[in-house]
Design a protein around this ligand. Structure first.
Ligand code: Z16
Length: 799
């Protein structure tokens, strides 16, 4: 499939003519996008077909990654890159006088995820295909992606994200692979030939139609499948859907992605979504297995692994039991053995409010047979513990309690593997959050530190950095990320350090231009670009960052000549629409930005830029231009973090609490090449244990904190009377400040002072930056996937 530039130019012009009857000078960028994407697709379709055929012929064990979110972002460049075409196409377009960047921008982000969890799922799709493993995605084809964020008067406003409005060139509708999913009604067990079979009354069948997207491996001919399900009314059941409400309930199933990145509040439609894609996915797996592998279902675990990404797909455990028993006649015991061996589960948070618990009555109404099976799993679980553990232990660990179904407990009891996403996170699961289960099943617990697609975040998004790497250490780092360590040889090489400085400068100039164009704000590319990009959440402590900005502002007002190195604070963050507090923080950041950016006393030493609608394609732009990476969550609260990894790979230095994967970044780069601060997780737990943190004491006794916090209510920051009050109150109460912002403030300032000083020595800064890039290979999702493959899924590479 190798392609020369002249061949490409010819093909491209011919396709414009053949497909759209246009010459280049008549075609719009969107026309060109469609034609180019079409060429990419026909280039990989053969391979897609071959990949499946070879898996089937070899009876390869296949992984199905079940996730309610996938967040691939734009796919044109990454597909071109993985086919080995990107450079040729960029060059060819230049020859043709076409702005390739403009073509890329035609594509709507596929934004079917909230944040880290969905992006991780997409990184894994890329790594699985690139490492040649049979790994496929299973999820929902939401009609609307995560809401579009606008700022109006500094407030977040949510607009629908109609990403499909101009069609989706990458997907294939596979009508013939449709399956039926049953909802509602009542279920009775009737004896039949000595067995109990379920009989349904008043239930509704919904047709699940798959849309498949090719997941192209990096230059290896492998194309795996991301299968997303859409809901439709089945043709022969149309008469049963009489009311508008009935129709609405089908449409709503795949209409919107729920925009909360952590909390669940018993929403009926979310249960239905979860069951819908889980049931459809498992049915299609079993259909394929029986048809192409032609083996008994008692051996399913030898050929199929199903991964449960957070608890959202955990009904898969009960649904596989149902399919194996009700549809295929296995006994409970046989079905359970297969199910536990097939299933594995990743936990992504220790925040109690983010642990899904469904109301038992709601499940009864929506998925009665699945609930019945969960009740039986629970009954047997309790039975197995009686006499061995005390009643309290049993009550704490059982699946059903207080009329709620605890989905994490179901996921743990029904899986052979349970993993956290960073070392600290896994330790906290074992020692604290899931300690009871760790006592029951120590062998099931394991750590799999997250990783990111370095090919996207470095090779595609940061071509200037990639060119330096290619020249000095060769190109192998794309496939073998630990090759990046070879860069360490050049840590004192002035030529390489100068090149790195120049590349970062050029990236910053690009971002400065974009900022000007988006916001009208003028920023200097000589300033420190200080970046915090992630969902807005109290535990992630964007507020800590904001308090520091307010302090710097006050310092400069008091002394306009204060020796502060110029900084541009760049934020990207969406708040869940119902998360009042997070929205108040957004409003305050925007008002501080207004204040700081327009005050002549500040002399452009501080700029605050809050870019709207943070998503993957915005991350593609920001990350290569970052000098400083803000990873400042309260220790113990961020399960892993993944923007920390992308930013370090691009040479940003991390300001970090000892939380999530920051700890592992610190271990690799060493104390001298990261700015750590703040409480440790042990200290946080100690405070919880003796209840001795009193925020009000910090407010009363520390004059700097007092003055900074007062700025939220004394008019220093204009237009935030409500929001400023809310934040003020949350901080200054005796038992306020849930996330220890004031406790860590002083330590944070010290770390930031070190940043300010260090940046003044460009060579040394570049050296630290190089050391970060050189160690980023450890955080490649290729390596993470290798560990899942070996320890959890037991896959073998293709051919
Ligand atoms: C999510 O993105 C995460 C956790 C969660 O419970 C729900 C969602 Cl949507 C994040 C974690 O907060 C983050 O620390 C982690 O890096 C990421 O999942 C991937 O594991």
């Amino acid at each position: 499939m190798s392609l020369t530039k002249s061949q490409f130019k010819q093909d491209f012009k011919r396709h414009l003519k053949d497909d759209l009857a246009l010459d280049i000078d008549e075609a719009s960028y969107f026309d060109m996008y469609k034609v180019l994407a079409g060429m990419v697709k026909s280039a990989y379709n053969q391979n897609w077909h071959h990949t499946w055929r070879s898996y089937d012929q070899q009876h390869k064990k296949q992984l199905y990654y079940f996730s309610i979110e996938f967040l691939p972002g734009r796919m044109l460049q990454s597909n071109l890159f993985n086919l080995g075409w990107l450079d040729i196409v960029k060059d060819g377009m230049k020859d043709l006088g076409v702005d390739f960047e403009k073509i890329v921008e035609q594509e709507n982000d596929m934004a079917l995820g909230n944040g880290g969890l969905g992006r991780l799922a997409s990184s894994f799709m890329d790594a699985l295909a690139s490492d040649g493993f049979a790994g496929n995605g299973n999820g929902i084809r939401y009609k609307y992606g995560l809401f579009k964020q606008k700022f109006i008067d500094g407030y977040q406003v949510e607009l629908p994200n109609n990403w499909l409005n101009e069609g989706n060139v990458w997907e294939e509708r596979r009508e013939t692979h449709s399956v039926m999913v049953r909802f509602g009604g009542q279920v009775f067990l009737k004896p039949q030939n000595g067995q109990l079979v379920p009989v349904y009354e008043g239930s509704q069948l919904i047709k699940a139609v798959p849309y498949d997207t090719g997941m192209v491996g990096y230059e290896n001919g492998v194309v795996n499948t991301l299968r997303l399900w859409d809901a439709e009314i089945p043709e022969d059941e149309e008469s049963k859907y009489r009311t508008i409400d009935d129709l609405r309930r089908v449409e709503d199933l795949t209409s919107v992605l729920y925009p909360d990145d952590s909390t669940e509040d018993g929403r009926r439609m979310r249960i239905r979504q979860e069951y819908f894609f889980v049931s459809a996915g498992l049915q299609s797996i079993i259909n394929h297995y029986l048809k192409k592998y032609d083996q008994p279902l008692t051996k399913l675990d030898q050929y199929v692994a199903v991964h449960i990404n957070d608890t959202h797909p955990s009904m898969a455990i009960a649904e596989l039991m149902r399919l194996l028993m009700d549809e295929h006649g296995l006994s409970w015991e046989d079905a359970w053995k297969v199910t536990v061996n097939v299933m594995s589960y990743t936990n992504h948070t220790i925040m109690a409010e983010a642990m899904e618990r469904w109301d038992i009555n709601m499940m009864q109404q929506e998925v009665p047979r699945v609930l019945q099976i969960i009740q039986e799993i629970d009954r047997r679980f309790v039975l197995s513990l009686e006499g061995k553990y005390d009643q309290n232990f049993i009550n704490r660990t059982r699946i059903i309690a207080n009329n709620q179904v605890h989905m994490a407990h179901l996921a743990i009891i029904g899986s052979h593997s349970i993993n956290g996403v960073a070392k600290l996170h896994t330790e906290l699961l074992k020692k604290e959050v899931l300690h009871d289960f760790y006592r029951l099943y120590p062998e099931r617990f394991n750590n799999k530190t997250n990783g990111v697609t370095l090919r996207r975040w470095m090779a595609i998004d940061n071509p200037r950095l990639a060119a330096i790497l290619d020249q000095e250490i060769g190109t192998d780092w794309r496939e073998n990320p630990l090759e990046l360590e070879k860069l360490l040889k050049y840590r004192s090489n002035n030529k390489v350090l100068d090149q790195l400085i120049a590349a970062k400068q050029a990236n910053k100039r690009d971002l400065a231009k974009f900022i000007k164009q988006q916001t009208g704000i003028e920023v200097s590319s000589k300033a420190i670009f200080d970046v915090q990009i992630k969902r807005l959440h109290a535990y992630k402590r964007q507020l800590l960052n904001l308090l520091r900005i307010v302090k710097l502002y006050q310092d400069l007002k008091a002394n306009p000549n204060a020796d502060i190195y110029p900084r541009v604070f760049i934020f990207g963050a969406k708040a869940a629409p119902s998360y009042q507090y997070a929205k108040a923080v957004i409003k305050c950041i925007n008002e501080v930005a207004n204040l700081v950016n327009n005050d002549p006393d500040i002399h452009d030493k501080l700029k605050v830029v809050f870019l709207e609608n943070y998503n993957v394609s915005l991350a593609d732009r920001i990350i290569p231009a970052a000098d400083v990476s803000e990873q400042i969550s309260l220790a113990s609260k961020e399960a892993s973090g993944t923007s920390n990894m992308k930013l370090m790979a691009n040479g940003a230095l991390t300001v970090a609490t000892m939380d999530g994967a920051n700890i592992e970044i610190h271990d690799y780069v060493g104390d001298d090449n990261i700015f750590t601060f703040g409480l440790s997780s042990q200290e946080v737990y100690r405070y919880y244990a003796d209840n001795s943190y009193h925020a009000s004491e910090y407010y009363e006794n520390d004059p700097v904190i007092h003055r900074v916090v007062d700025a939220f209510v004394d008019g220093t920051i204009p237009n935030i009377s409500m929001e400023g009050r809310e934040i003020f109150e949350s901080l200054v109460q005796y038992n306020g400040d849930q996330f220890f912002v004031l406790r860590d403030f002083e330590s944070y300032l010290e770390a930031q002072d070190k940043v300010d000083q260090a940046y003044r020595n460009p060579k040394h800064w570049a050296q630290m930056s190089l050391i970060n890039t050189a160690n980023a290979g450890h955080f490649s999702s290729d390596l993470t996937i290798d560990r899942y493959v070996d320890d959890v899924w037991k896959l073998t590479p293709n051919k």
